[in-house]
Design a protein. Structure first.
Length: 219
């Protein structure tokens, strides 16, 4: 039932924009660098795919607004080294430490609908900002032993709301580069039961880079 809903929303989005004086639309594709605030790991170590479509219209010569519909992969990843003392010391009487690898991966997939406003600051550069509404389509967590057993999984919230800010750079007439920073305002998962990888409410923290290809403009 989820896919038909998002298809209908996309059609409504495009139909509403076409009633404006002029519009343009196209496709987008790129990558996310993601982390989850509230776990024990730091850094944008989890790459994710970003694909979708967009439509936008000019509100003024230097101002435009639009909507997008896209699939976005988020989550967290860490392979840290814990230290374990060896039983036997070396010839100096010191006890060396032996690294032990520990693995944790969180994979989240969202259907997202961002709404944005952009300001053209120069001929080639625009500043954009807005808010994205996401619906969690799938989620999984892994460690050194594989995917978490069902009884060990802690449910994620389905709704994710992320304000974002970024800029766009026109590479060609029909191609532009988009870079954004986004952060969840609602937790994707609440406070944990006792475990080693989760210390407080969790929030998506995302850096995204994508190419936007414009099909054309209608009047």
């Amino acid at each position: 039932m989820q896919k038909p809903i998002w298809i209908i929303l996309l059609l409504v989005m495009m139909a509403s924009i076409t009633t404006a004086q002029r519009f343009e639309g196209g496709i987008l594709g790129g990558f996310n660098g993601t982390q989850v605030e509230g776990d024990r790991y730091k850094g944008y170590n989890k790459p994710g795919l970003l694909v979708g479509a967009f439509v936008q219209t000019d509100l003024a010569p230097a101002i435009f607004a639009g909507m997008e519909l896209k699939y976005s992969q988020k989550g967290a990843r860490s392979r840290s080294l814990l230290k374990q003392n060896k039983i036997i010391g070396n010839e100096n009487g010191e006890i060396p430490e032996e690294p032990i690898s520990t693995k944790y991966i969180m994979r989240l997939g969202y259907a997202e609908m961002p709404f944005f406003v952009g300001f053209r600051t120069s001929e080639f550069i625009s500043v954009v900002g807005g808010v994205s509404f996401g619906y969690l389509m799938h989620a999984a967590e892994y460690d050194d032993y594989g995917r978490f057993p069902e009884e060990d999984e802690q449910a994620f919230n389905h709704l994710d709301i992320q304000p974002f800010v970024g800029f766009q750079y026109d590479l060609l007439d029909q191609l532009k580069l988009d870079l954004r920073l986004a952060y969840s305002v609602l937790p994707i998962r609440g406070k944990p039961v006792d475990n080693y990888y989760w210390i407080t409410s969790q929030y998506n923290n995302v850096i995204s880079m994508a190419l936007y290809y414009k099909f054309g403009r209608a009047y």
